[in-house]
Design a binder for this molecule. Structure first.
Ligand code: AHR
Length: 333
């Protein structure tokens, strides 16, 4: 049986998105994980999920949230691919889902650019695409919905706190950027820079640590070597993992993280929050990775022909040391 589905765009300026879905069972038959067609019982929805990789604690929590939401008990068959932060491999994974004839594709795009062709191929194959976490620069006609966080606002919150705490005195700042070309790296930089404009915080260097702990550590070691540990006052890390790597580098150089060199980061994963409680990080803006249920609901709606909100922002909190102490015992990730 073939299902028709229609995504009615609830936000102005977004075109209606109408496609014919593959059936997930019965006579039409859709691809299963092995690429065979016609398998599975009931109304199982076959979903290909192209994850970025496993670069951070945030990513692990996001993957777990997605796998839990897209479980067999919830009526899904999830075909999971983690691209190890390799954009070409991620695009090929999506092409694989298209040739398997899945019912829907979910993508956490590593970078913003380069998605036009493969998204058009999915549309031509009548397979709806939902984006989670990161955004793309391709036309929003090419995907049914995006569910994620306001990365620019995260940067603004981090920058406003920095401006308030350190903006009144000469402060030399280095930045540990996320993956080059990714939406969070782009938007967190824009948001932070706008918030510290006109203050006495001076950005003396900014390099990518690729959202990894090792990357943060080695980039911070380079900064310390180039500028000297005494000439860096503040680190803005685009995620907790890079901040945790920077902490190792600062300690190895004989300085005290959180005191000699202040640290602001984004994510609020468990290890980052513990470092904040321990005084080694000074402020963290949350980036909530628990998107699985919202994404699964959107996929179900699209496949069943129900309307779906095309843009769904999830709220983020922010923590200083006292707030982290209060929140840590109940954190889910
Ligand atoms: O896209 C969200 C970002 O990706 C998280 O902040 C980071 O930790 C992850 O790798």
């Amino acid at each position: 049986m073939k299902k028709r589905f229609l995504t009615s765009m609830a936000f102005a300026g977004v075109a209606a998105f109408a496609l014919t879905a593959c059936s997930s069972d019965g006579d039409g038959g859709s691809a299963d994980a092995s690429g065979d067609t016609g398998g599975g019982g009931g109304d199982t929805i076959v979903v290909g999920f192209a994850q970025t990789g496993s670069e951070s604690g945030w990513r692990s929590a996001n993957t777990e949230s997605m796998k839990t939401a897209f479980s067999e008990e919830n009526g899904f068959e999830l075909i999971f691919n983690a691209a190890d932060n390799d954009t070409a491999a991620q695009i090929e994974a999506v092409r694989g889902f298209i040739s398997q004839g899945v019912d829907a594709i979910v993508i956490a795009p590593i970078v913003e650019d380069g998605w036009d062709d493969v998204l058009q191929e999915a549309a031509d194959a009548n397979i709806p695409v939902i984006l989670e976490d990161r955004t793309v620069s391709a036309s929003d006609d090419l995907y049914a919905a995006w569910i994620g966080l306001d990365f620019e606002e995260e940067g603004v919150k981090a920058g406003e706190w920095a401006a308030e705490m350190y903006g009144g005195e000469a402060t030399k700042m280095v930045v540990l950027e996320g993956t080059t070309g990714s939406a969070p790296a782009n938007d967190r930089a824009t948001g932070f820079d706008s918030a510290i404009e006109g203050t006495m915080i001076e950005k003396i260097d900014s390099q990518t640590g690729d959202f990894t702990r090792d990357g943060g550590k080695s980039v911070m070691e380079g900064f310390i070597q180039n500028y000297g540990v005494d000439n860096i006052d503040l680190v803005y890390a685009h995620n907790d993992d890079m901040a945790l790597g920077a902490i190792e580098a600062i300690k190895a150089a004989g300085a005290v993280p959180g005191e000699d060199i202040k640290i602001i980061s984004i994510d609020a994963v468990h290890d980052g929050m513990q470092a904040l409680v321990d005084g080694e990080i000074n402020y963290i803006v949350e980036c909530n990775p628990l998107l699985g249920d919202l994404v699964a609901a959107a996929v179900t709606a699209v496949v069943n022909g129900d309307s779906v909100e095309p843009v769904q922002y999830v709220e983020d909190l922010a923590f200083d040391q006292a707030a982290a102490e209060a929140a840590l015992p109940d954190r889910k990730y």
